[in-house]
Design a protein around this ligand. Sequence first.
Ligand SMILES: [Zn+2]
Length: 103
Amino acid sequence: MQSSLSSARPLERTAMSFVFPRPRTVLFPLAVSLPWPAPEDSAEAPCLACGEPLTLHQPDVNAPERLLGTCDDCGAWHLIDTDRAVTVLLPNADGLRDAGDAI
Ligand SMILES: [Zn+2]
């Protein structure tokens, strides 16, 4: 008689998979603004959550068109692609926690 373990597929894991969990895809509803910056007020990017001006950060010197916008008023974070004129409001801490709970 064959045991149930012998019919299981061999594990296809590397040592790294035990250290870092495999990424999973989670769907988020995201607020997106097109275009950014608006031609008439290109000096400021507004927070998509509260409308206050964002503080802009350039985390990657090799990708100057990609910015991180943070709101000092409500704490929201945004990804901004200035080449494509797109601003995306990122999930907040509660949204990320909910995503982790859904996995
Ligand atoms: Zn805000």
